[in-house]
Structure formats: structure tokens, C-alpha cells
Design a protein around this ligand. Structure first.
Ligand SMILES: NC(=O)c1ccc[n+]([C@@H]2O[C@H](COP(=O)([O-])OP(=O)(O)OC[C@H]3O[C@@H](n4cnc5c(N)ncnc54)[C@H](OP(=O)(O)O)[C@@H]3O)[C@@H](O)[C@H]2O)c1
Length: 260
């Protein structure tokens, strides 16, 4: 019997990381989960401390690793330091360790939507492709939880001002985790087809379904958002309708989420 693949999972505490952990363990990986605040060993994974913004813990995290699943990111923090420079540090250390495959998680539309976070993700993709360590890049559309969090922030308001014409293709994070798990092997695959949710939906449609599921009667009003990034979202640049591989609809996800 061959040895299990030893896999470092960055961003192991995040939305995607939490979905990846059990799937990687179930797929037979020997999982090392990384966080700036590591947990004590549990759920069949080994925890290590890793801060990509300054490299704390990087050599220890990578020791003996075959595959890296890189899901750490700072969408609301310093994404230049974490997503760009942190990815660069990780790639250098992975190359030195002789890692077989760095599997990088990115977002559909990072090359088409002029948001600084997306520009940093695009730069990280470029580094992943250019550096000598073998790699795989998997892009995904927005997770259902992303839309849910946006709607939760307006749900207490008497009227809901929203960028109603924005179009996204929300996907179940478990389905994204399953697709990434399939790519987390000793065989790097380069840029692979993205993972999109089952349907492209407007924010108005998502908000209406959320309002109905919550039994609320608030008016939804269009919030005009100027600028080219908002226009790109309205144009559907964050979607990949030809890769609608997810099967869990927004309504099905919502009902599961609100029942839990
Ligand atoms: N959310 C979406 O809708 C979506 C859609 C498509 C693709 N993606 C991509 O999927 C990946 C995961 O996204 P997510 O939504 O799961 O992210 P998330 O919930 O915001 O989690 C971010 C993770 O990054 C880690 N992290 C942050 N700063 C760090 C640092 N300085 N050093 C090391 N780790 C750090 C955090 O760990 P600690 O705080 O424990 O250190 C956390 O585990 C990202 O690359 C994102 O771009 C997300």
C-alpha cells in the first residue's frame, strides 16, 4: 500500500477550508491544517501555526508536504500582503521542499473585474503559474454563504437597498471543496475549468427568495453603484454559465441554512 499524500491546507479555518478538511481526510490525505490561531489536534488533522503575511511557521508547515491546497486569503484585510506576497512566500518554500502540486483557489472573473482584491488574486494566479513549483489553479464562483452574508447585513433595515442588477452564480461550498479535493493529487493540472453554481441569478432574485424564505415583507430597492467594477458584476463577469456544474440551488441551500 502506498503512503498517504501529506497535504498542507492553508486557510483551514475559513468557509472553504472548513468544507475541505473532512473531505481531504476522507479521501485519505494526511492533512496538516494551517491557521494563525491553530486549534488543538482534532477531526483527524494536525494543526500548525502559519501567518502568510510575515512567513511565521512556513518552514514547519511545509516540512515533508507533498501537496498544498492554498485556500488562505484576506478578502477583508491586507490582500496584498497575504494573497500576493504570502502566496509568493508559500511558493518559494514549496519549491524548496519539492512539493508535487500547489493547488490554488481563485475566483471566476478576477481578470475581468477591477477590484483591488481581485487584482491581488490575479497577481497570485500569475505567480502560481510562473514559479517553478508544479501547480493547479481552480476558480470558483461566489459561495451561497457570500450572498447570504450580504443579505443578512440589510435584513434588519426597513427597506433593502441592493445592487439588484448584479449577476452572480452562487455555488455550494461543499461542491467546490469536492472539486478541489479531486485536484489535490500528486498530478498538477495547471489551469482547470472553473466550478460554477447551477444558475446565474440577479441580486434581486436572490434577495426575493431570501425575503420569502424568511417570511419578511421589506421592499427591495435598487442601490445605484457607480464604477467599472459594479458594471462588470452587472455584466455577469463573475459568472461562468458554461460551467454550471453545481447542483445545489440558492433556494435549496437557503432552506437548509435557515432550518439548521
Ligand atoms: N467566499 C467566496 O464566495 C469565494 C468564492 C470563490 C473563491 N473563493 C476563494 O476561496 C478561498 C477561500 O475563501 P473563504 O471564503 O473560505 O475565505 P475566508 O472564509 O475569508 O477564510 C480565509 C482564511 O484565510 C486565512 N488567513 C487569513 N489571513 C491569513 C494570514 N495572514 N496567514 C495565513 N492564513 C490567513 C484565515 O485563517 P486564520 O484567520 O485562522 O489565520 C482563514 O482560514 C479564497 O482564496 C477565496 O478567494 C471564495
Amino acid at each position: 500500500m502506498s503512503d498517504p499524500v501529506r497535504t498542507l491546507l492553508t486557510g483551514a479555518t475559513g468557509t472553504l477550508g472548513r468544507a475541505l478538511r473532512p473531505r481531504l481526510v476522507e479521501a485519505g490525505h494526511d492533512v496538516r491544517a494551517a491557521s494563525r490561531s491553530p486549534r488543538s489536534a482534532a477531526d483527524g488533522v494536525e494543526w500548525v501555526e502559519l501567518d502568510l503575511a510575515d512567513g511565521t511557521g512556513l518552514p514547519e508547515a511545509l516540512e515533508g508536504v507533498d501537496v498544498v491546497v492554498h485556500a488562505a486569503s484576506a478578502p477583508r484585510g491586507d490582500s496584498e500582503a497575504v494573497d500576493v506576497r504570502g502566496t509568493e512566500r508559500l511558493l518559494e518554500a514549496a519549491a524548496a521542499e519539492g512539493v508535487s502540486n500547489v493547488c490554488y483557489v481563485s475566483i471566476v472573473g478576477v481578470d475581468r473585474i477591477p477590484l483591488s482584491y481581485y487584482e491581488h488574486k490575479r497577481e497570485a494566479e500569475r505567480l502560481v503559474e510562473e514559479r517553478p513549483v508544479p501547480s493547479t489553479i481552480v476558480r470558483a464562483t461566489q459561495f451561497h454563504s457570500f450572498a447570504f452574508e450580504l443579505l443578512e447585513t440589510v435584513s434588519r433595515l426597513p427597506i433593502w437597498p441592493l445592487p439588484t442588477a448584479v449577476r452572480i452564480q452562487p455555488v455550494d461550498v461543499g461542491e467546490v471543496a469536492a472539486a478541489i479535493c479531486e485536484r489535490a493529487t500528486l498530478e498538477p493540472a495547471g489551469r482547470v475549468p472553473p466550478v460554477g453554481g447551477p444558475e446565474v441569478r440577479t441580486v434581486r432574485e436572490l434577495a426575493s427568495a431570501y425575503r420569502e424564505a424568511k417570511g419578511l415583507g421589506r421592499p427591495i430597492v435598487r442601490l445605484p453603484v457607480p464604477g467599472s467594477a459594479a458594471a462588470a458584476f452587472r455584466n455577469g463577469e463573475a459568472t461562468c454559465p458554461d460551467r454550471a456544474v453545481g447542483t445545489v440551488s440558492w433556494e435549496a441551500w437557503l432552506s437548509r441554512r435557515l432550518d439548521s
